[in-house]
Design a binder for this molecule. Structure first.
Ligand code: A2P
Length: 304
C-alpha cells in the first residue's frame, strides 16, 4: 500500500492518495473507490464542494478495510469560514461520508464566501471578509474535541502562511496546492517544508488540459525507465518530499499510479529546469479580487 510519511503531529499519512474531484458521475466514484482500495490506496482526498461524498461514504462502508487503516481527508467550503459555522460544516461532511471522525480536515481556500453561497460558481459580491485565523481557531477546536486527527490548509501562498504561522496554536499539517512539472512552486514548497508543513500536490499529472504527460522530456525519461509519463510525474513530486493525490477512474491506471520509480539526480534536475508554467486552477481568472491568492507580488493579502 505504499509509503507513509509523518505529519508534524506524529500521525502517518500515505504519500499517495486518491483524488476525487470531478469523479462525480453516479456509480463511477463508488466503483473507483472500491478499485482504489483494492489496488492499495488508503488515503482518499475528498471535499464538500465535489458533491460526491455520500457516494464515497457508501463505497467506503463496502470495502473490507478497517476504518483505522484508512486516511480520509476532506475540506470545508468557503461558505463555512465564519467560526460559528465550522463545526457544523465538519458535522455535515462526517454525515455525508458516514464517518465519526476525519483523519484530516483542510480549509479549502484562504478566502471566505457568504454562507448562502453553496456552489462552486459564485459572484464577486459573494466574497466576504472572514479572517483566516478566525476559521483556523475554530478548526483547532475540532482537534481538541477529537473529531479530526489533523488540520491543514489548501491553496495557501507563502505570504498568507508567513502571517498565519506565528498565530497558530496548531501548525497546519499540510498545505495542499497544485503541483506538477509545469507548476513547480519551489519557493512555496521550500517554505512549507522548512516550516514542517507537508506539501500535498493536487493535479499532480497536470489534469486533462496541461500537457505534462505529453511533455517530450517526461516521455523520454519514461522510456528510459520503461514506465509511463504519469509515473515519472508522480515520482518526481514524491522525490521532492511532496505527497500526491492523482485521480483516475481506470482500474489499471489506478494501480500504475501507486508504483513509484527512482529518478536519477540528472533526471530530477532536468525536470526541475522545465520552463513551462501553467496552472489548472486559478480563481482570479473569474474574480479579480482574488488575484492575491496566486499572484502574491501583485496584490495585498487581506487580514489574516
Ligand atoms: P482517467 O481517469 O481516465 O485515468 P490529475 O490527477 O492530475 O487531475 O489527472 C487526472 C487525469 O489524468 C484524468 O483525466 C485521468 O484519466 C488521467 N490519468 C490518471 N492516471 C493516468 C495515467 N497513469 N496515465 C494517463 N492518464 C492518467
Amino acid at each position: 500500500t505504499g509509503n507513509s510519511v509523518k505529519l508534524n503531529n506524529g500521525i502517518l499519512i500515505p504519500e499517495i492518495g486518491l483524488g476525487t474531484w470531478k469523479a462525480d458521475k453516479t456509480g463511477i466514484v463508488a466503483e473507483t473507490i472500491k478499485n482504489a482500495v483494492e489496488a492499495g490506496y488508503r488515503h482518499i482526498d475528498c471535499a464538500k464542494i465535489y458533491g460526491n461524498q455520500r457516494e464515497i461514504g457508501q463505497a467506503l462502508k463496502e470495502v473490507n478495510v478497517p476504518r483505522k487503516d484508512l486516511f480520509i481527508v476532506s475540506k470545508i467550503y468557503q461558505n463555512k469560514h465564519r467560526p460559528e459555522l465550522v463545526e457544523g460544516a465538519l458535522d455535515e461532511i462526517l454525515e455525508e461520508l458516514q464517518l465519526d471522525y476525519l483523519d484530516m480536515l483542510l480549509m479549502h481556500w484562504p478566502y471566505a464566501l457568504k454562507p448562502e453561497v453553496g456552489t462552486a460558481d459564485f459572484n464577486d459580491e459573494d466574497i466576504e471578509d472572514v479572517p483566516v485565523m478566525d476559521t483556523w481557531k475554530a478548526m483547532e477546536a475540532l482537534v481538541d474535541k477529537g473529531k479530526v486527527r489533523a488540520i491543514g490548509v489548501s491553496n495557501f501562498n507563502k505570504a498568507v502562511l508567513e502571517k498565519m504561522l506565528p498565530q497558530c496554536r496548531i501548525v497546519p499539517a499540510t498545505n495542499q496546492v497544485e503541483i506538477h512539472p509545469y507548476n513547480q512552486s519551489p519557493e512555496l514548497v521550500k517554505f512549507c517544508q522548512d516550516s514542517g508543513i507537508l506539501v500535498t500536490g493536487y493535479c499532480p499529472l497536470g489534469g486533462t488540459k496541461i500537457n505534462v504527460m505529453g511533455d517530450n522530456l517526461i516521455k523520454h525519461i519514461a522510456q528510459a525507465h520503461v514506465c509511463t509519463p504519469a509515473q515519472v510525474a508522480l515520482s518526481w513530486s514524491l522525490s521532492r518530499g511532496i505527497a500526491v493525490i492523482p485521480k483516475s477512474t481506470n482500474a489499471i491506471r489506478l494501480k500504475q499510479n501507486l508504483h513509484r520509480v527512482t529518478l536519477t539526480s540528472d533526471e530530477k534536475r532536468m525536470i526541475g529546469n522545465i520552463k513551462q508554467h501553467e496552472r489548472k486552477v486559478d480563481p482570479s481568472r473569474d474574480h479579480e479580487q482574488l488575484r492575491w491568492v496566486f499572484h502574491e507580488d501583485e496584490a495585498q493579502c487581506p487580514v489574516i
